[in-house]
Design a protein around this ligand. Sequence first.
Ligand SMILES: [Zn+2]
Length: 202
Amino acid sequence: MCCWRRYSALFSLFSSKFPNDFSFRPFTLQEVLRRKGYLQNTLAVITADHGESLGEHGLYTHANSVREEALNVPLILIPVGYAASANTSDRTFPAQVDIAPTVLGELGVPAPATWKGRALNSETGLPLMYFEEHAFAGLIDHRDATHAWKYWIDRNSGVDHVFDLSVDPHETLDVRGAIPATLLAQLRDLSRTGPSAGLAVR
Ligand SMILES: [Zn+2]
């Protein structure tokens, strides 16, 4: 279900509970959870399924690109009523597949072996982060500590792009024509052989 519908449902829920309150206020959610007794020994996780374009690269809304503004989503972990077991790392390129292992890790429950993601407080993250949206698909390859190559292709047109997020975090300079041909070929291969269907959308 798309986030807009989800947010709309949330708004309706709280509007019906508080008919005179027409603004969604985060602390209202906290009040409701506390009243229901859900905020004792609890880990609250706030996240989203995507970011939102607000005119960057000439785009608005979402589900129409794999640009950074669409791939970056918020993730807020709030321990309530207990001390968090460990701080999350400052890992630069976490993925949404890391969220569930992070939550289980915080609860002291081992993650199933079939899960791809890694808890954010583990020492290392996944070296390759894959993403996909409609005809657009690609990956971020940050195995090289000095470069974070973001490769993506429009599978309708066949046109592909490369950015170095380590120095260009907002995807302003396409360096596809400037990187070694061997690196471009490797990024293309990784993209073709990676997980499909948005397995690890950040
Ligand atoms: Zn959505």
